[in-house]
Design a protein around this ligand. Structure first.
Ligand code: HEC
Ligand code: HEC
Ligand code: HEC
Length: 198
């Protein structure tokens, strides 16, 4: 009973911290992150997003077995990292450093679709190029169609605020796929004709 309640307590705090992270903005990020993460300030080279997520602790400190769990740094040391200090899973996949299976038996193959969708409702930002290939190397069509995306280019009305809140691309990005913070250019990768030169 004690263990359960301390688990619940630490995950409630954790949820709050994740919410703060999802709304980090360059202007406020350092202050927010510093407040949340004062105990890790000794390592300033670790990016803010990585520190924020690492500081979320869902594990029970009183459980003697927690120290036997493999650390993420140890498990991913051989992988390339991105600007937020997380493994760059696409680079890892493309370099053959990881080989995800399509099913438990390892017999099935993924249905890979090589189709880029350019999304132009981006205001002053470069257009978004959505690559089906990168996604369908390890996701099934049904992960995205018909929800959250109807199978028709231009059918969704997407705003960044919705993405940060966990809708559309944000169902995965900022959560299990790469963090949007400091990664605008990974999605907004297609220059508009009128874009100022970088
Ligand atoms: C995971 C992919 C992804 C990342 C990362 C991303 N965006 Fe977007 N962004 C989108 C999509 C998708 C749209 C909608 C495009 C459309 O509907 O034509 C969009 C639209 C926008 C728009 C116009 C709509 C609105 O909400 O005002 C702006 C401005 C924008 N993004 C800014 C940014 C900035 C700044 C960053 C980095 C902090 C960023 N985006 C990172 C996917 C992304
Ligand atoms: C990670 C999400 C994701 C996955 C997985 C995915 N799609 Fe899509 N798909 C999209 C998005 C986003 C769009 C564009 C929606 C929009 O513009 O509103 C799209 C659009 C489409 C379109 C419309 C193209 C057009 O020109 O109108 C087709 C067809 C399609 N997808 C087929 C597939 C098939 C087949 C698979 C599986 C092999 C698949 N998709 C997997 C996200 C995904
Ligand atoms: C169902 C989950 C899911 C959704 C929804 C989703 N993505 Fe992704 N996305 C992934 C995963 C998983 C990866 C690969 C892991 C990573 O890079 O973190 C990825 C990678 C990417 C990449 C990197 C591709 C490369 O080759 O480097 C881009 C760009 C991207 N997504 C854009 C988008 C955009 C734009 C949307 C919304 C229109 C979107 N994604 C929606 C799961 C998703």
């Amino acid at each position: 009973m004690l263990i359960v309640s301390s688990l619940l307590c630490s995950s409630a705090q954790g949820a709050e911290r994740v919410m703060q992270l999802a709304f980090l903005r360059p202007a406020t990020a350092p202050t927010q992150a510093d407040q949340v993460l004062s105990h890790t300030q000794a390592e300033p080279e670790v990016p803010a997003a990585r520190r924020a997520i690492d500081s979320v602790d869902f594990l029970d400190d009183n459980n003697p077995d927690r120290h036997r769990l493999q650390r993420i740094g140890e498990a991913t040391r051989h992988l390339p990292y991105d600007a937020n200090g997380f493994p760059d899973w696409m680079k890892a996949l493309n370099r053959g450093l990881i080989k995800p299976r399509a099913d438990l038996s390892g017999q099935k193959k993924m249905e890979v679709l090589d189709l880029d969708i350019v999304m132009r409702n981006t205001k002053e930002m470069p257009f978004v190029k959505f690559p089906h290939r990168s996604h369908t190397e390890w996701l099934a069509c049904a992960n995205c169609h018909p929800d959250p995306f109807p199978t028709k280019a231009g059918a969704s009305e997407i705003r960044m605020a919705n993405i940060f809140r966990g809708q559309f691309c944000g169902k995965c990005h900022d959560r299990v796929a790469f963090v949007t913070f400091y990664s605008c250019d990974r999605c907004h990768s297609q220059p508009q004709k009128t874009s100022p030169k970088p």
